[in-house]
Design a protein around this ligand. Structure first.
Ligand code: NAD
Length: 423
């Protein structure tokens, strides 16, 4: 699958999943297929050592990464993840999915991603700041407002983006708000950014539900991962009349067929950073989350969650991929055979990068839009993109995932071809 000497991907690794998805789109690329190898290797991958002094005076070293998968259509764009399981290979896959996602919704960006192999919950706030600043300084040689623009991902947030922006600005001698997105509002952040990914999941879910005749009013929703993405999506579905019947996060799996109270859920998440202590719900075994009775399932945690075995158990009619890479390719086939519609990550969770694009544009013009303007523009971009992808899927009789790859890869490889090879 991969002839890159520095990798040994396993059958369930995110990079392997990504390569399988690319292989599936080749028959639909026509003459552009000659360029497909471009998509199977990152343009640039930087591994950095991140040494910091801990509060107790000892020194620790963390592994950091920034991968620019493809820059044919514009500067790199993609989040930064802090997680103990981060690897170069995972960051490569996440960067590649960003390439596809940005092209799929028509944003003028390439794909990039970064990460540090760390459990940030074990660090004090000061240690977190020192690690973030040192990492930013190390990757400073390849990022920049016109080169590669990081953003939040798992376990990173607006405060971390503020430190990144400040570090880059200090190092380059000028305040550069456009170097990262997902910043605090008063530092050049955009209204609507925090909930944008969840909003995009809702918008694509609403459109998909309408097309398959699933009424959101009364629909039962199950969510894995109640972080930035999952909680915002859940809230919007409940506002639309749906019932949140099951939640799983790193603290456990809870069910309540009558529905979670969203105000109580938000309060528990704010207090505990996990759903585990929510009172008005029954606790079930984590593995039993996969056959909870529901209409819509939203994986919004980590990749590789929907295995073929779990795909056999899923009861939902609609799977909305809030997370990146939550479904293994063989599980995709199982879901398709069982008639369960998957709105894939590369379009479903593109709301975040779309509002990041708005933030970047606003930073350049130093003119900021209202939240209503942001949400209306986001809605339109997502609806139009999904319609184009849906038509492509209908035309070729392929899944929405392969259709998104077809639309995106045509744009990326056309740019590749038109730019030509240098020298
Ligand atoms: P987050 O850190 O805010 O939340 C992650 C959630 O996942 C938490 O609720 C955590 O408890 C849960 N989780 C972690 N490990 C778990 C496990 N083993 N089982 C069940 N739940 C677990 O992260 P986020 O920003 O919401 O990102 C979630 C997913 O969405 C990731 O795949 C990310 O790449 C993707 N995504 C995020 C954005 C964004 O704007 N933040 C944009 C596009 C895609």
């Amino acid at each position: 699958m991969s002839d890159l000497s520095y990798l040994s991907p396993t059958a369930t690794s995110p990079w392997h999943t990504y390569l399988s998805q690319v292989d599936r789109v080749v028959p639909y690329l026509g003459h552009l297929a000659r360029w497909v190898e471009t998509l199977k290797r990152p343009k640039r991958a930087l591994i950095v050592d991140v040494p910091i002094e801990m509060d107790d005076g000892t020194v620790r070293h963390f592994e950091g990464f920034r991968v620019q998968h493809n820059l044919s259509r514009g500067p790199g764009k993609g989040g930064v993840r802090y997680h103990p399981d981060v690897t170069l290979e995972e960051v490569m896959a996440l960067a590649a999915w960003m390439t596809v996602k940005c092209a799929g919704v028509g944003l003028p960006f390439g794909g990039a991603k970064g990460g540090i192999r760390v459990d940030p919950k074990q660090l004090s706030l000061k240690e977190l700041e020192r690690m973030t600043r040192r990492y930013t300084s190390e990757i400073g040689i390849i990022i920049g407002p016109q080169r590669d623009i990081p953003a939040p991902d798992v376990n990173t947030n607006a405060q971390i983006m503020a430190w990144m922006m400040d570090t880059y600005s200090v190092n380059t001698g000028a305040t550069a708000t456009g170097v990262v997105t997902g910043k605090p509002i008063h530092l050049g952040g955009s209204l609507g950014r925090v909930k944008a990914t969840g909003r995009g999941v809702f918008v694509t879910g609403r459109e998909a539900a309408r097309r398959i005749g699933l009424n959101l009013d009364g629909a039962r929703v199950a969510v894995q991962g109640m972080g930035n993405v999952g909680s915002a999506a859940a809230e919007l579905f409940v506002q639309a009349g749906a019932t949140l019947v099951a939640v799983q996060d790193h603290t456990g799996t809870l069910v309540n067929p009558k529905g979670f109270d969203m105000a109580d859920t938000a309060a528990v998440l704010k207090r505990d950073h996990g759903i585990g202590n929510y009172a008005d719900a029954g606790r079930i075994d984590n593995e039993d989350f996969w056959d909870v009775d529901c209409d819509i399932l939203i994986p919004a945690a980590l990749e590789g969650q929907i295995t073929p075995a779990r795909a056999q158990r899923i009861q939902a009619r609609l799977v909305l991929e809030g997370a990146n890479g939550p479904t293994l390719p063989e599980a995709d086939d199982v879901l398709k055979d069982r008639g369960i519609l998957v709105v894939p990550d590369v379009i479903c969770n593109a709301g975040g990068v779309t509002v990041s694009y708005f933030e970047w544009v606003q930073d350049f013009s130093s003119f900021f839009w209202s939240e209503d303007e942001i949400n209306v523009r986001l809605d339109k971009i997502m609806v139009d993109a999904l319609k184009h992808i849906w038509d492509t899927a209908d035309r070729h009789q392929i899944t929405l995932r392969t259709a998104t790859f077809a639309v995106a890869c045509e744009r990326i490889l056309t740019a590749r071809e038109e730019r030509g090879l240098y020298p």
